[in-house]
Design a protein. Structure first.
Length: 139
């Protein structure tokens, strides 16, 4: 391939990747914003109607918000990976590693909280996990 063909293609690919990363950031912001507004609405509703949440099955505003935050964090991490994939420098790779570590840790603790809440409600977050562990060695 000649360089005359490769350079415009590389420039287009870089522009498309940066644009997609920006779009992915916007999705993350929208997911988190909708979740925050929904949690606020459900919290206000729950406060006004003291027994509203007790009368309805399902999860509370906090767990819904946690799930949405985890999803938003995944979108943000994807956008960071896209940006770094275009023309990474060692500084950008280091920043991505730090951000990825923090977001992964946040996701881990959010998921742990969700699993604990589901266990309190009597749901098994990993079907079969508790039954297998309860049997012990030799079944």
């Amino acid at each position: 391939m000649s360089m005359a063909f490769v350079e415009p293609l590389a420039a287009w690919l870089q522009h498309a990747t940066v644009t997609m990363a920006l779009f992915t950031d916007a999705i993350a912001v929208a997911v988190i914003a909708v979740a925050v507004l929904g949690a606020l609405w459900r919290t206000v509703e729950r406060t006004w109607k003291r027994n509203a949440e007790a009368d309805r099955p399902g999860e509370g505003p906090r767990l819904r918000l946690a799930r949405s935050l985890a999803l938003g964090l995944e979108f943000l991490l994807a956008a960071d990976v896209m940006r770094t994939a275009v023309a990474p420098t060692w500084t950008e790779i280091g920043q991505l590693a730090a951000v990825a570590t923090l977001r992964t840790a946040l996701n881990f603790f959010i998921q742990r909280e969700i699993d604990a809440a589901e266990r309190r409600k009597g749901k098994d977050p990993l079907p079969g996990a508790r039954r297998t562990a309860a049997k012990g060695p030799g079944g």
